[in-house]
Design a protein around this ligand. Structure first.
Ligand code: 25A
Ligand code: L14
Length: 342
């Protein structure tokens, strides 16, 4: 993976969070060529010890002078921290791979899914930052890329069913607590979300905008157009939080430019990088959130033609939002960067 066995000094900003913890795991699982690993978080976590490759590492404060000697800085501590500290990491000579929404729509900053647009990484040279897309967008585009290349895409109608882990560790605890309180006949308290999330569906992810959509829904519209380099694709989305811990599920209705059959789409999915076809109705095989947790692949199934239009296809797309939706995609960007763009 590394050129000439070279190893890199890697920092993780937000190392104690749901995504930061997964970044550590993914670096290990993919045998990323790490020399020094520096774990950074807020005051709350300073001194906390985390094991990596047999060594106990102490969490240090995320600050402007925390990046000396770092080659690659993976950020997942929220947009505000990225805006405050990514420039310092770049000034110290690191390339920043940012998981927040801070830089995604900046036209001078590449927004990358390695299976889809690895070539965009070349633009890192301008600002030293590469943005990691929104979780729901990443998994959808991994499934759509082969269809885009084969027949073109005119319009997408999306509904998402998103896990609480996307909001971070506190939301995982909130669902846990509500389920326990329900079982014990106690009152359920909501603090991370405005309403009870246990046994409920909230059509509300991130904040509302003036157009009536949520930011999460508009991320899918705008980030898809940027990554596919096509402002003409029609896209409309409804993003829903569901009481699932790990794994986002998505219903994706696609209008293609020219006809493609369900059988042809299945064939494409068998060969698509990062995709696992799970579509065997006779044996009740279809993608499930409970099957995607901990896996690197995006599961695609329920592939069928939409007969209400000339060129329509429906997909059900499921992936671990913390892995392909965040930590894995970030580490894959780092791998592509060191292999081809450093
Ligand atoms: O700000 P945003 O953009 O809205 O993002 C909100 C959160 O979404 C998650 C991530 O939460 C992020 O902070 N997230 C972001 N992108 C995501 C994506 N693509 C994503 N989730 C999924 N997909 P998280 O809980 O996973 O991680 C938070 C990490 O950020 C560190 N951090 C926060 N503020 C910081 C900071 N680091 C430096 N300076 C700051 N000012 C945070 O470290 C964690 O690593 P920590 O030390 O603050 O948290 C340690 C533990 O404490 C818990 N905790 C967090 N907040 C509180 C808290 N405990 C009590 N009270 C709190 N207010 C954390 O859960 C962690 O376990
Ligand atoms: O990456 O699920 O823009 O609450 C922000 C909110 C990811 C998920 C992002 C959530 C996200 C998220």
């Amino acid at each position: 993976m590394s050129k000439n066995g070279k190893k890199f000094n890697v920092a993780i900003a937000g190392a104690t969070g749901a995504v930061g913890g997964a970044m550590l795991d993914v670096l290990k699982r993919r045998d990323f060529p790490v020399n020094e690993l520096r774990l950074l978080a807020s005051k709350r976590s300073i001194g906390k010890k985390i094991a990596f490759n047999g060594k106990e590492l102490e969490v240090q404060l995320l600050s402007t002078d925390a990046f000396e000697g770092i080659d690659i800085a993976l950020f997942s501590a929220g947009a505000e921290r990225s805006l405050n500290f990514a420039p310092a990491a770049v000034a110290a000579g690191a390339v920043v791979i940012d998981n927040s929404s801070a830089y995604r729509m900046d036209p001078e900053i590449p927004l990358v899914v390695p299976e889809v647009n690895p070539h965009a990484i070349a633009q890192h040279k301008k600002h030293g930052i590469i943005a990691n897309p929104n979780c729901s967008t990443i998994q959808m585009l991994v499934a759509l890329k082969p269809i885009l290349d084969k027949v073109g895409i005119k319009r997408l109608v999306i509904s998402t069913y998103q896990a609480v882990s996307g909001t971070g560790a506190k939301a995982i605890q909130e669902l846990d607590q509500q389920v326990k309180d329900y079982a014990e006949n106690k009152e359920m308290k909501a603090s991370v979300y405005p309403y009870q999330i246990a046994f409920n569906c909230l059509p509300h992810i991130d904040s509302f905008l003036d157009n009536g959509y949520t930011k999460e829904e508009m991320k899918m519209v705008n980030e898809t157009r940027k990554i596919f380099e096509d402002d003409q694709i029609g896209i409309t989305a409804t993003a829903v939080r569901v009481p699932v811990y790990y794994g986002h599920s998505e219903s994706v209705n696609i209008e293609t430019n020219t006809k493609i059959t369900a059988a042809e789409v299945k064939e494409l999915m068998v060969n698509a990088p990062g995709v696992k076809l799970v579509d065997d109705l006779n044996n009740l095989k279809y993608p499930l959130a409970t099957d995607c947790a901990g896996k690197f692949e995006t599961l695609v199934g329920r592939i069928r033609e939409d007969d209400s239009i000339d060129n329509g296809i429906n997909l059900w797309v499921v992936s671990d939002n913390i892995l392909k939706g965040a930590a894995l995609n970030a580490v894959q960007i780092a791998e592509t960067f060191i292999a081809d763009y450093k």
